[in-house]
Write a protein that binds this ligand. Sequence first.
Ligand code: SF4
Length: 231
Amino acid sequence: MNEKDKQEYLDYIFSRKSSNKRNFYKESLKEIECFKKEHPDRSPSIVLHVCCIVCACWPIDFLKENGFDVTIMYNNSNIWPKEEHDHRLNELKRYLKERWHDEIPLIVEPYDYDTYASTILKNRSNDPEGWKSCFGCYAERMNHAFAYANTNHFDYFTTVMTFSRQKDSQKINEIGLNLQKQYDHTKYFVSDFKKANGALKSEKICDDYCLYRQDYCGCETSYKERHPKDA
Ligand code: SF4
C-alpha cells in the first residue's frame, strides 16, 4: 500500500471503533415486526448466503425462530483449496441433515477458485484482511445470491457474514443496502447475528454437533497469514 492508502486504511480502522454505529440487530427485529404487520397471513421467504457452518448455525436458528422460510445458498469460490471448500460444504450438509432433517433447501453454486483469484482476489496479497479486497469478496458473493433471490421472488436476502467477529458488520450491511438498489423485488435483510449472545449460541451448537471450526477466512492469502510456516 502507498502512503495515501495506508492513511485511508488507518482512518477506516479508527472509524470501526466509533460508537456512532447503527444497531443492525435492533433494525432486523423491527423489520421482522413490520413484515408480520404487513403480511399476517404468511411467512417471509429469504435466501441466506452461507460461507461456513460456524457462522451459519445460529443465524439459521434465529431466522427459523422468527418464522422465516429459509433457503440457503453456498457460493464460495473464495475458499482455497477445493478440499477445504468441500469440507465446509459437507459440514453444512451434515448439520442440515442432523439438526433440520433436510427440510431447508440448499443451493450449491459451481466452484472456480482460479477465476475468482485472478479477478476478485487479485490485490488481496497487498491488502490486509478486512480491507478493500475483502469488501469486493463479500460483495461478489452477496450479489450473486441476491440476484438469485430477486429472480426467484424471495422477500429477502441476507448473509451469515455479519456473524463473524473478524468482519465489519457495518460494512457488510452497507454493501447489502447498496446492492438492494439494483433489485426490484427482494429486500436486503439487515442483520448483526453476533448480537444477543450469538457467539455463545453458535459455540453451543458447534459443540453439540461436533462441527468443524476452520481457523482462516477462506482464500489462499488468508490461509498463509494464519499459517506463516506453511507459506
Ligand atoms: S480474507 Fe476472506 S473475505 Fe477476505 S478476500 Fe480472503 S476469503 Fe475473501
